[in-house]
Design a protein around this ligand. Structure first.
Ligand SMILES: O=C(O)CCC(=O)C(=O)O
Length: 280
């Protein structure tokens, strides 16, 4: 195996995340922001044909937007995921954000679990430069090594009403294990890949006037059995994820002018970031 890839995989396995330059054409990032702009805000044009939206979040905008689809299926990102997991990635949910989510710290496996455990990941794509006041992603390196924790493992009933207690218990684990937070201060076009079990959320947005434009895509790797812990009080609730695909009738043409950021370049950039972080 190539040495750079070996290091990237080692980083991912040790820390539970990696940060990379996605190599996605800036025109795609800008089109995503521009196209979705009208669907954000309190007087927004509420998007139809998406499963959920609120003023600052649109779920599965790939149904209505080719640039969201292009980010979720960017060959450069799929290639890295394939290399990290040695399994084909299947994007199954997108979330577009205009402001920070301030979402409490959780593991994605409490929302979308898999058999085998861990065959899921998230990719957080910066659609603009992200600073500390914009409510960046917060994550806890190393926390992905905690055991699989479903509601029953935490002595909780598997239902929505237990979620606040789940969050409290997660906070207790962070304190107990002394996990230290890091923040996704990414440059536009960089992405952070997180593994299913890493604890993460949205940091406080100190300045609510600012934007925090980003896209998260969730992927299953290979074809695991997907299940939802929150609906599993009477046994595991399995579901068929809806794989992100072109529903426009015309297949999406990724721009030919995509700058050729090679996989090795992206790995080098990830390693550089890690070295910088260690020397801080
Ligand atoms: O972007 C954020 O603030 C948090 C996103 C997140 O936690 C998720 O998509 O699972």
């Amino acid at each position: 195996m190539d040495g750079s890839l070996q290091r990237l995989k080692a980083d991912f396995e040790r820390e539970g995340f990696v940060i990379l330059d996605s190599g996605i054409d800036e025109s795609i990032l800008d089109a995503t922001v521009g196209d979705l702009q009208k669907h954000f805000g309190n007087d927004r044009d509420i998007p139809v044909h998406v499963p959920y939206s609120d003023p600052w979040r649109i779920q599965d905008a790939w149904h209505i937007n080719q640039s969201v689809l292009a980010i979720a299926t960017a060959p450069s990102v799929l290639e890295v995921l394939q290399s990290l997991y040695q399994k084909p990635p299947q994007p199954f949910q997108t979330l577009n954000f205009y402001k920070g989510t301030q979402q409490p710290v959780h593991s994605d496996s409490i929302h979308f679990n898999s058999e085998p455990f861990g065959a899921m990941c998230g990719v957080w794509m910066a659609l603009e430069d992200i600073g500390p006041d914009q409510g960046p992603l917060i994550y806890y390196p190393g926390s992905h090594k905690l055991a699989e924790m479903n509601y029953a493992d935490l002595d909780l009933e598997a239902c929505e009403a237990s979620y606040p207690q789940y969050l409290e218990k997660i906070q207790g684990l962070i304190n107990e294990h002394k996990f230290q937070p890091e923040y996704g201060l990414l440059k536009k076009g960089q992405c952070l890949i997180w593994s299913a079990n890493i604890l993460h959320g949205g940091a406080v947005q100190h300045d609510r006037e600012l934007t925090r434009k980003s896209q998260v895509t969730h992927y299953y790797l290979g074809k695991p059995k997907a299940w939802r812990p929150v609906q599993s009080a009477a046994g595991r609730f399995y579901f068929e994820p809806e794989v992100v695909r072109d529903v426009s009738g015309e297949s999406y043409k990724y721009p030919e002018a995509v700058p050729t950021v090679t996989f090795v370049d992206r790995v080098k950039s990830a390693i550089r970031r890690r070295v910088l972080r260690l020397s801080e």
